[in-house]
Design a protein around this ligand. Structure first.
Ligand code: NIG
Ligand code: FE
Length: 407
């Protein structure tokens, strides 16, 4: 094979390929080879075309399980400070909406982000990103939305890009200036949406925006404002996603589906009509059980309706300082099983195949020759264990684009 040798080959583990649309796609006594960042062989060790040592520069014999690299498709992990005080207030009976309306909540993180310079923001965000990677994440979506002016939104998005470079993983950035109304625009939400529409092409031209998001809610933005922003995203060819129907049914799922959106996220209050619109548009439902858990919500997303309509369900951490200070996607999968009764297989598919789709990525999320060599080698005997253990350290190694990332 000489120069054509693969970069690496692991022989012996169980492969959890998720190759088909149902089932884990298990391959016992498997082999996984890769070269130049792409998977070259995924199958039984007995099917390798030649003796392993002749095929690859580096051959490892190992047990355990290998899954696709996890994809965290919804996070707000670039922020400064924390909101542990609000956690205590909510335990005393205050609601998330009440705290937001009195100037806390998202706006409290906006103050902290505006005060932090780019390096400080990076230094505070890096350990959170590292924690996600250590538990299996090789693709990470990060939203802006705590800057709420041009310079501070730019600062957040730049930090997101720098995190990807620092860790050697894929970071997808989402512009979420329509997250809350900043104090300088109090009472002028339409004018603020005009401003976010003006900033978008500038940040996009700087290579900082992969998608556009908004918070459509009583304490966020209304449907007309969201539509105006989405129309400007569409004019730039940018995909959209939406914080939809989290605290109330505002027809958010149908709205984002109307724009062919990648995903509707949260969706606890989404109606049957919203589910049908998502199914028709191919919009993914991103479930965020961390926020559900922390806010002690009781209203479940319409899970059976998603299943019946064939709406793909993704699972993400929603890592953020207010509603979901969650630093493990595997833990989010665990919460999706316990609170939403997803099967462990649905949860894993939700954090891989369907999460990649929620980001518009079709080169990852499964183990198949020709896809990116993003994979996790776990110290488990069967894939259900990924959702079974709460906490702990299960990932032996995480590879992104064929390279091991430091965990
Ligand atoms: O996804 N709902 C709005 N955005 C975040 C929370 C942001 C915050 O409270 O800082 C969410 O839950
Ligand atoms: Fe969110």
């Amino acid at each position: 094979m000489g120069a054509d040798r693969w970069d690496g080959l692991i022989v012996g583990p169980t492969l959890v390929t998720l190759a088909d649309d149902t089932g884990y796609g298990l391959v016992a006594d498997g082999a996984l080879g890769w070269r130049d960042g792409v998977l070259t062989y995924v199958g039984p060790a007995s099917g390798l075309p030649a003796p392993p040592e002749t095929l690859a520069h580096e051959v490892t014999d190992a047990g355990g399980c290998i899954t696709p690299g996890l994809v965290d498709c919804h996070t707000h992990l670039v922020f400064a400070g924390n909101r542990a005080g609000e956690f205590e207030q909510r335990l005393q009976g205050a609601s998330y909406e009440e705290i937001a309306r009195s100037g806390g909540g998202i706006l409290s993180s906006v103050r902290a982000v505006r005060e932090a310079d780019e390096d400080v923001l990076l230094a505070q965000s890096l350990p959170r990103a590292r924690a996600l990677v250590a538990d299996g994440v090789s693709t990470l979506e990060i939203k802006s939305g705590y800057g709420l002016d041009l310079d501070n939104e730019r600062k957040m998005l730049r930090v997101a890009r720098r995190l990807g470079e620092a860790l050697g993983i894929s970071v997808r950035t989402t512009y979420l200036a329509a997250h809350a109304l900043p104090p300088e625009y109090a009472g002028r939400a339409d004018a603020y949406i005009d401003a976010t529409i003006e900033w978008l092409p500038q940040l996009h031209a700087e290579g900082l925006v992969d998608a556009v998001d908004a918070f459509a809610e009583r304490i966020g933005f209304d449907a007309t404002q969201t539509r105006r922003l989405f129309a400007s995203a569409r004019a730039l060819g940018l995909p959209v996603k939406l914080h939809a129907d989290q605290l109330s049914d505002g027809d958010g799922a149908a709205l984002v589906a109307e724009f062919g959106g990648l995903s509707a996220d949260h969706v606890e209050h989404t109606s049957e009509a919203g589910v049908a619109a998502m199914a028709a548009a191919g919009t993914v439902a991103v479930l965020l059980p961390g926020a559900f858990h922390v806010l002690r919500e009781t209203r479940l997303p319409p899970l059976d309706a998603f299943r019946a309509a064939g709406v793909p369900m993704a699972v993400a951490t929603d890592c953020n300082p207010g509603t979901s200070p969650l630093l493990s996607l595997r833990q989010a999968m665990q919460l999706a099983c316990t609170h939403f009764r997803l099967t462990p297989e649905e949860a894993l598919r939700g954090a891989t195949v369907n999460a990649a789709r929620a980001l518009g990525l079709d080169d990852r999320g499964r183990l198949r020759a020709g896809l990116r060599a993003d994979f996790v080698h776990w110290d488990v005997r069967e894939p259900a264990e990924l959702c079974y253990w709460l906490g702990g350290r299960l990932a032996r190694a995480v590879h992104a684009g064929g390279r091991p990332v430091a965990t």
